[in-house]
Design a protein around this ligand. Structure first.
Ligand code: GLP
Length: 262
């Protein structure tokens, strides 16, 4: 795992955006794994700016999102499809027909199997963006999610409901179940890129990065991923024991040479 600590949220976001844009620059037909949440809003805004500045096109990319609330159709303002179209997909030149979000409605078990197959048919996810939830989840893989789990409908944990309910116009309308890529699906991505900002994430960030692997914190599965980059601002990294070593690695590992002045 590469753990990179940046001074503030703005520089953490810039670095994560550069990694995404560089991915598309080096492989224009990239398969992108996308995420939702408050943290991602700044990242998508910055990706749009950087891609514009460098003339990077997403026209040949495909995308797969991590999760969707059960029962919400894509035109519902609280759905993750709506979020994605609003924050990123209609603001870049990707073909919307090549963008996928897990099925919130219909025959969910059948649609989940199809979703997994579509990822395989696309050649697998080249880079998967991730945030971390208050419960330590990746996507909506709340406690007890098997590290082998695939796309499926899950019941959300209390902490997740509390965290995301304020984002609903009418909080009472928040579904208690969601359709999410499994931990196993995420582990199949060729690269995982997590962005964590803000002091309220400091404790869970340290647990996920330095604590033991456990299905109580699905993000800890990433300790077994061969190419996982975690970018944090200083506030989110404040409880990590090995902060100095993280800085030393970032400064000295040649693979990060082009990313020093961000
Ligand atoms: C939701 C998403 C997660 C995301 C989390 C973090 O729960 N399902 O994929 O990581 O939000 O959200 P925020 O960035 O708002 O803290």
């Amino acid at each position: 795992m590469d753990v990179i600590i940046r001074k503030d949220a703005a520089s953490a976001v810039k670095l994560a955006a550069k990694i995404m844009v560089d991915q598309v620059k080096s492989k224009p037909e990239s398969v992108l794994g996308l995420a939702t949440g408050r943290t991602m809003e700044a990242l998508y805004a910055e990706m749009i700016v950087q891609a514009d500045a460098e003339g990077v096109s997403f026209a040949n990319c495909k995308s797969f999102n991590l999760d969707e609330y059960a029962g919400l159709a894509g035109d519902n303002v609280n759905s993750y499809r709506y979020y994605m179209n609003h924050h990123l997909l209609t603001k870049i030149d990707i073909d919307l027909a090549n963008t996928e979000v897990p099925p919130g409605i219909g025959n969910i078990p059948e649609e989940c199997a199809k979703y997994e197959q579509k990822i395989v048919d696309a050649g697998g996810i080249d880079i998967q963006l991730l945030g971390i939830g208050r419960t330590g989840h990746i996507a909506f893989n709340d406690p007890f999610s098997s590290f082998a789990s695939r796309t499926r409908e899950v019941v959300l944990a209390e902490g997740t409901i509390e965290q995301n309910r304020p984002l609903f116009d009418n909080p009472e309308e928040m579904p208690y179940t969601a359709v999410t890529m499994g931990v196993g699906t995420i582990m199949d991505a060729k690269k995982n890129l997590m962005l964590i900002t803000g002091e309220e994430k400091a404790e869970i960030a340290a647990k996920f990065i330095e604590g033991p692997m456990t299905h109580m914190i699905s993000a800890t599965a990433l300790q077994m991923h061969e190419d996982c980059v975690v970018i944090l601002d200083e506030a989110a990294a404040s409880k990590i024991q090995e902060q100095k070593y993280c800085d030393f690695v970032f400064k000295n590992d040649p693979k990060w040479a082009d990313y020093q002045n961000i």
